[in-house]
Design a protein around this ligand. Sequence first.
Ligand code: GLU
Length: 299
Amino acid sequence: MTPYRGRFAPSPTGPLHAGSLVAALASWLDARAHGGRWLVRIEDVDTPRCVPGADELILQQLAACGLHPDEPPVWQSQRGALYQAALERLIEAEQAYPCACTRADIARSHELAGRTKPRHGELVYPGTCRPERGGLRGRGARAWRLKVPSGEAGRIEWLDRRLGPQAQALDEAVGDFVIKRADGLWAYQLAVVVDDAEQGITDVVRGEDLADNTPRQIHLQRVLGLPTPRHLHTPLVCGDNGEKLSKQNGATALDLSQPLRTVRQALTRLGLAPTEATLTLDEALAQAIAAWRARWSTG
Ligand code: GLU
C-alpha cells in the first residue's frame, strides 16, 4: 500500500479560526492515526484575497497547537511552472480551451435559453467558446476552461469516508470550468490537483464546504492521468448565525493564550473530547489520535 501522505492546505486570507483549526486538526489526526506524513501547503494563488503575513501566522498557530508538518511547507505562488505544464498538457490533449465570456455574457446566454439564475453559486458555463462551437470567434481570450463530458461520462461518483457514496453530474452542476482565471491567476481546482499529485497526497481531509469541488478535481485527475486520493470531509463549524464560520462572516482568530483549551474545543467539535484526566497538550493529542484511529482508520 502507498504510504499515507496527508495535507492541510490553508489559504492565507487571515489567521486560523475555530473552523479552520478543526480541518487542520482532522487532517493531522488522520495522518498520525495512519502512521503517515502530514504536510502544510499555503494556497496563496488567489493573491487579491491573501493577507500579508497570514501565512507565517497560520504556521505559528499550528505549531502552538502542537501540529508540526513533517516536511517544509510549500507556497503555491512559487509553483506556477507546474500549473503551466499541466495547462499545456490539457491544451495539447484538446481538453482545455480559451474562453472570452464575461459573467454578463454567461448570464445573457442563460437568459436567452430561458434558464433562470440559480439561487446559489456560479452559473453553469453554456459552452459558448467550445472549439466545436466556433471558439473565440475573434474575441480576446480571457480564461482557460476544462471540458467536462456530458451524460454518463460526466457523472462522477466517489466515496467519502464520512459522507458515504457521492455523485455529481459535472455538466449539470458546473459545466466546463475555469482552470486559469481571466485575471491570469491559477484556479484553485488546477493548483490543488497538480499539487496533491506532485506531493504524493494519498488522503485529502478537509472541510465539508469543499466537498462539491471533489468531482471537478477527480475529473481533472483523470484527464491528467493522476491518481485520485481518498477523501474525508469534516463537519463545518457554524457561528451563532447558523452559517459556516469563515473569515468572510467575521470569524475571529484563534485565542492561543491557552492552546490546550483551544485544541480541546476543536477536538470536541470532531466528537473527540479528551477525558478530564488529560493534563498536557501532547497527552490530549495522543488520546485524540487513538480515538480517531478507532473511528476512522482505513487499515
Ligand atoms: N485552500 C483551500 C481553503 O482554504 C483548501 C483546499 C483544500 O483543502 O483542498 O479553503
